[in-house]
Design a protein around this ligand. Structure first.
Ligand code: SF4
Length: 653
């Protein structure tokens, strides 16, 4: 062990998503590999995994670090996490200004200049981290702060120009990398709290215990929207090494399932068959999911996968228009996508598929073509989203080259990618608006539901359910079903692995909330009470929601907490801050939360500002099928009112 005074290292894992501290998140394999490399070289490494801690990041870190001192603070992630990483660095600087902060991962590898100036670390590790981090800390430990001899790092000396050393080449022999330090990252907590409805692929067991693993790195393709922080060159682990890790974790951590996150597991067919054969020979069978390209599969391969325990394949379909697929440099076509869907379903394997709209070649016509395919196959429950030109991708370079390349604009572009993808397609504003509206509308109206035959509360927050699949008609029993967000959610059948919608009404304990919400909805649909929309959604998405849910509603204002939006115009209103003062200024108003995954947070915030539940309506708790019911009731009530008026005026009453 190295002298802990000099080499005491703390890795801080950013928090991913709003439910990370209690629910499922994608395990930070990159940081766990870095930790393993440091430990293999004899360094002492502590980890704070913020996904296992609630409360503000600064408080968690202050509390955790009060009795510990560290020479080095390591963190990192993808560009989409840059604000969480900044929050970590700022907190660490406040708590321990003397510690050296090192950031790695796609966030700095894709944009080293901008991110160095924004995040303000001491050093950046660019590209694959395992070798670089060890060499860097060894150099720093020797008292040398100018690290020109270490490939793949970025830093400044005394405020001088940014030094980027020679790029670090890819690690060719992956067997030399120690297995990820999952123990240090508290894998037991990660595994034990997974529930079958925490993520689309966890449905397969009541205790999913999914272990994240990779057997290869890199992908030789160059899809224009994609970025490979670990480099494009494909390298694979020896199958023996991969299987040895699987055997070890199944035994040590009672792993039930594997999520194989290779970018391209099927590049070498013979190797994949060998993996299948070896997985079948495990003392205890495990199920697994993986990511494949549609042009690498056929009936034989899918049958081998299924036979070896594969229950789900994730595909990036992207589009059903060949011109758009060509523009994306995807090297696949619509016929191959359709064939892959048919064959995968025929093999009894579930499909997790994605369409992304808005490539530069996308037109309204091509977008509607993809949407029409989606509508014709609602039973596949494919996910629809938008092209996001993240740093490092070809599309990012094109976007930056188009306008002002200043850091401020690049950060704005990155924020847009994270929050509201910019229109980089061939469409004008009207066509882009129309397409987004239609996509949202189709998603909301997908009524492919499973039928709940039995529902029974097991614990305070879990249920036991029996659900009949709308695809195969068979019934799957589920235990440990958690319900955190009201609203429709998705789960897959344990027999045919196909996905279905589930109504939140399967959970009896939400009934009171549901009834309360429905009453508020009925009230605002009368049109007599002013309604404040909060927060501002994408305008096209809001329009789709308004057309489905909000006929007759008297929208009287808009509130948000995003400072950059306050004062702007939205729905013909000036956006006001969602503050106590502004909320108190409209005591007669109801508040409408549109369909957003942040509905829980917004609901709690409104309550903390003094708004009672009987003035808040959440659209995620309203089923589209209920809208006409409510409208008919209102129409009926109005009809009676009008009839009474007439009779009164005619002297009949
Ligand atoms: S989208 Fe998939 S196939 Fe294309 S470059 Fe990225 S990982 Fe490779």
């Amino acid at each position: 062990m190295k002298d802990p005074l000099h080499a005491n290292i703390l890795i801080i894992v950013p928090r991913y998503g709003q439910y990370a501290e209690t629910g499922y998140y994608e395990f930070p394999l990159g940081l766990a590999y870095v930790s393993a490399a440091l430990k293999k070289d004899g360094y002492a490494v502590d980890v704070i995994n913020l996904n296992h801690h609630g409360g503000p990041v600064s408080e968690v870190l202050t509390q955790s670090l009060k009795d510990r001192s560290h020479g080095y603070f390591l963190t990192g992630g993808l560009s989409a996490h840059y604000r969480s990483i900044k929050e970590i660095i700022d907190s660490v600087r406040d708590i321990d200004p003397a510690g050296k902060v090192i950031v790695g991962g796609g966030v700095v590898t894709a944009s080293p200049h901008i991110m160095y100036d924004y995040l303000k670390p001491d050093y950046m590790v660019l590209g694959e981290g395992e070798i670089t981090i060890v060499e860097l800390i060894r150099t720093l430990d020797n008292g040398c702060y100018d690290c020109r001899g270490v490939n793949g790092v970025g830093y400044r000396i005394n405020g001088g120009p940014l030094v980027l050393t020679e790029p670090r080449g890819p690690i060719l022999d992956l067997e030399q990398c120690a297995w990820p330090d999952v123990e240090g990252f508290d894998i037991q907590t990660y595994l034990s709290r997974q529930g079958p409805n925490d993520s689309l692929y966890l449905y397969v067991n009541d205790e999913p215990r999914f272990y994240p693993i990779i057997s290869s790195r890199g992908c030789p393709f160059s899809c224009t929207f994609c970025y490979h922080p670990l480099g494009q060159r494909y390298r694979s682990r020896p199958v023996d090494d991969f299987i040895a890790e699987v055997r070890y974790v199944v035994d040590k951590y009672d792993v039930h399932n594997l999520a194989i996150f290779d970018e391209l597991l099927s590049l070498k067919r013979g190797r994949l068959f060998e993996i299948c054969d070896r997985l079948k020979q495990l003392p205890r069978p495990v199920k697994w999911m993986c990511q494949l390209r549609v042009d690498t599969i056929d009936e034989e391969l899918l049958a081998r996968l299924k036979d070896a325990g594969c229950f789900l394949v994730s595909y990036g379909f992207e589009s059903m228009n060949d011109e758009v697929l060509r523009s994306m440099n995807k090297h696949i076509n619509a016929a191959q996508i359709e064939r892959a869907m048919t064959l995968t379903r025929k093999a009894g394997i579930g499909i997790q598929g994605y369409f992304i709209f808005g490539d530069p070649a996308e037109t309204l016509k091509s977008g509607l073509e993809t949407l029409s395919f989606w509508r014709d196959h609602p039973d596949y429950h494919l996910t629809m989203g938008y092209v996001r030109p993240y740093p490092g991708s070809v599309l990012w370079e094109q976007q930056v080259a188009k306008g002002d390349p200043s850091p401020t604009r690049q950060l704005e572009l990155l924020d847009a990618c994270i929050n509201r993808p910019p229109n980089i397609s061939s469409m004008n504003h009207m066509d882009w608006f129309q397409l987004k509206k239609e996509v949202t509308r189709a998603t909301i109206l997908n009524d492919h539901f499973g039928r709940c035959l039995d529902s029974c509360r097991e614990t305070d927050d879990t249920y036991r359910l029996s659900i009949e699949c709308p695809h195969c008609g068979r019934v799957s029993p589920y235990r440990r079903f958690k319900q955190r967000i009201l609203g429709i959610f998705k789960v897959s059948c344990r027999h045919c692995n196909q996905t279905m919608n589930i109504s939140p009404m399967v959970f009896e304990h939400v009934k009171n909330d549901y009834d309360r919400n429905r009453k508020v909805f009925e009230h605002i649909k009368l049109g007599t009470c002013p309604v404040i929309v909060t927060p501002c959604m994408d305008d096209a998405e809001f329009q789709a929601m308004a057309e489905i849910f909000l006929a007759g509603v008297n929208i009287a204002g808009v509130m948000d907490i995003d400072e950059s939006r306050i004062g702007l115009s939205y729905l013909d209103f000036r956006i006001r801050r969602r503050s106590k003062e502004n909320v108190e200024a409209v005591p007669e108003a109801c508040f409408l939360i549109p369909l957003t995954r942040y509905a829980n947070k917004i609901y709690s915030h409104l309550q903390s500002l003094g708004v009672s539940g009987d003035r808040i309506c959440r659209l995620d708790e309203i089923m589209p099928s209920e809208v006409s019911e409510v409208e008919n009731t209102i129409r009926g009530a109005r009809g009676k009112e009008i009839l009474s008026e007439l009779r009164r005026s005619e002297g009949l009453l």
